[in-house]
Design a protein. Structure first.
Length: 154
């Protein structure tokens, strides 16, 4: 049986501390640096430093269309967790957890967990494999860029 709610998970190891990963991901101004070139992201409104209940407004361009996303920081747990949820997006629901788990003193597991629901259920079920494929491609890029930026700073 297919569920309305879907989960996507992507993880990698980064040679850095959980604190550095937390600092990098809790600074939304870093988002354009790790966004793949086939996706456009513009920060429309952002107040730093982020705190719980902070809102971030983004314009995201993909597949030739720009959509406005309004995200809210749901949880900030220094140095292990940043969670945000979409208040407005193309998804019916969208919740993103960034989890930073120390493996040893200089290596951390970066994990992204997305819980989402597409609109127009059950018709949207046929789109789920394509959405997850796009997420996999996007997060592979994001993790590789995060690794490059934090492991080999200029």
């Amino acid at each position: 049986m297919f569920s309305k709610k879907q989960t996507f998970n992507f993880s990698s190891l980064i040679k850095t501390t959980a604190e550095e990963l937390f600092d990098f991901h809790s600074d939304t101004t870093n988002l354009p640096q790790i966004t793949p070139p086939w996706i456009g992201v513009t920060i429309v409104d952002l107040v730093l430093p982020l705190k719980e209940k902070s809102e971030v407004c983004l314009d995201i361009k993909q597949f030739g269309f720009t959509t406005r996303w309004l995200m809210q920081i749901d949880e900030l747990k220094v140095p292990n967790r940043v969670c945000d949820k979409a208040l407005k997006s193309p998804f019916k629901s969208f919740y993103h957890e960034h989890i930073f788990t120390p493996i040893n003193e200089d290596e951390t597991k970066l994990e992204d967990i997305i819980n989402f629901e597409l609109p127009l259920y059950p018709f949207s079920l046929m789109a789920v494999p394509f959405v997850k494929r796009d997420m996999r491609k996007m997060f592979a890029y994001r993790h590789a860029k995060t690794k490059e930026i934090l492991e080999y700073p200029i």
